[in-house]
Design a protein around this ligand. Sequence first.
Ligand code: GLY
Length: 320
Amino acid sequence: MNSLSNLLEEINKYKYFVADAKFLSLWPEIHTALKSKKVFCLDSPEENKNFEIYQQAIDFFLSEGITRDSHLIVIGGGATSDFGGFIASTILRGIKWSVVPTTLLAAVDASVGGKVGINHQKGKNLIGSFHLPENNYFYYDFLKTLAEEEMQSGKGEVLKYCFLSQEIFDLVNMEGLSQKTVQACIDYKMQIVEKDFYEKGERIQLNLGHTLGHALEKCENIPHGLCVAWGLEKILELFSPSLLDHFYTSLKKLELTIPEVQKLDKDAFFSYLKSDKKKNIEGEISIIIPRSIGEIEIKKIETKELKDIILSNDNTKNYF
Ligand code: GLY
């Protein structure tokens, strides 16, 4: 989506929306365009993507006459697209939806590939499904109103792609973050998702950096993408130190800063590693290890063995 007027034209064709309240306050053009529409506004999406608000949204759309032919448009960051996509995937047994990602994190990850869901007290995204959006309307200038912390978080996911794709690595190392770089990440993810929608094989590589990153996210209040960048750095330190130079040059090009991590709660960290819904199958975790740029190994490892490796490595043992 190259211009705001094209986006507004698209928006105008539809009636039902889920939108991030804060984003609407920053973009009056969009806010005004939604005045005559049926909009469910989401405040603090990560906190509110839960059962209670899900029920409120379903009540709202049903009472506003949504039908199986309706098409829901979801405007917001990752948590909003998870939530809105989940509404679309479940209401009336599923209706079509499209997404307008408004953050870098949503653009390069959450809005692409149809993973949708809400949180449960026991963990993030534990209720969800796979429901691909029909269209993805990304408008690069939305990033101009993004808070620096959110920008940093999105860059953590971009950094991940540098190790999955030689093309993205080269682009980042030539021009840092740009519209072209973001588009390359989106295209790369789409290509993987087309081959492995239900994450039975190749799609697992998109979890690079997430195994240790999610455990950090559980222990500390650090934005998701920064946890991914930290998790990627640890995986390289533990299993592929020869790629650390590439890690630091890409980090610099992206103007990304890895979070300072102090002592972590050892029990909480390792018990989270053990219970991670996606990666733990019968006591084994799948970790993704870059072997060279664009080449990864998916290694199954016992959680106990990974713990021993982490606690004996000079770079990682001091976190505990
Ligand atoms: N966030 C990883 C995926 O969509 O598969």
